[in-house]
Design a protein around this ligand. Structure first.
Ligand SMILES: [Zn+2]
Length: 240
């Protein structure tokens, strides 16, 4: 099957990008990054959505500090238990908290792009995608905050959350995973497209990398049929 990267249309300038995506993300908190003796200090782009109440009183998370692998394992286990999620989803530097943003200018598009892979959609596009039975995808409500000029209560958005994930490596051996910190080395584009060709979900991440949402040709067709605005697909591989 052919897969596509879900992304934004090409913009000629940064100003045009901002015109089409006039929302600033608000990050509530981040877990510490990790200081690995093999890989160095690194952080993931993982986003772990949970209510604000889950992180209240944990303002120390905003200090953006790095800790060693042993300390990290303790943090990972504590947060997996606290949020009741799989330990594998808790990665160094993960953003934790609700999806929140500040609306800085009026907009009417179906989708807004904040970071690569962080895509918020309006009610129309959410309804279309849900009724199309697209697999591997859920929708997290976004809390939007006004600035002085914009009434954000007029805007409703949902973050695309991709639950399906495939591994780019056949087995997680010493060549693909750091034995000290568990970091997965990213595969090259060829092996990613090779693995995607055997995938059966409509929306999927590779190696839990949230920066790239891969979608099937069915998702592309759904977006085109409803003439969704400010969202695009780029082909990543075709084996048939
Ligand atoms: Zn490492």
């Amino acid at each position: 099957m052919t897969y596509y990267l879900l992304t934004h249309p090409e913009y000629a300038t940064d100003q045009e990008y901002w015109h089409h995506n006039p929302i600033q993300p608000i990050v509530s908190a981040r877990l510490p990054s990790i200081r690995c003796p093999v890989c160095g200090t690194w952080a993931s782009s993982q986003r772990i959505r949970c209510p604000q109440e889950s992180i209240v009183g944990r303002r120390e998370l905003m200090t953006f500090h790095a800790i060693g692998p042993k300390e990290w394992i303790a943090v990972q286990e504590e947060w997996a238990a606290l949020l009741d999620v799989d330990k594998a989803l808790i990665l160094p530097g993960s953003e934790v908290g609700p999806a929140r943003g500040r609306v800085c200018a009026p907009f009417e598009a179906d989708a807004v792009h904040l970071l690569p892979g962080q895509i918020w959609v309006n009610r129309r596009l959410k309804t279309v995608m849900q009724s199309s039975g697209i697999s591997g995808l859920s929708f997290e409500p976004v809390e939007l905050i006004d600035n002085d000029r914009i009434n954000a209560t007029q805007v409703e958005l949902w973050e695309l959350v991709v639950s399906a994930c495939i591994a780019s490596h056949e087995s997680m051996d010493i060549h693909s995973v750091c034995t000290s910190c568990g970091r997965v080395n990213r595969a090259d584009n060829h092996s990613v497209s090779d693995k995607l060709a055997r995938c059966v979900r409509d929306c999927v991440l590779v190696d839990r990398n949230p920066n790239n949402i891969f979608v099937s040709s069915r998702v592309k067709e759904v977006l085109e049929a409803c003439r969704a605005t400010n969202i695009a697909t780029k082909i990543v591989g075709a084996t048939e």
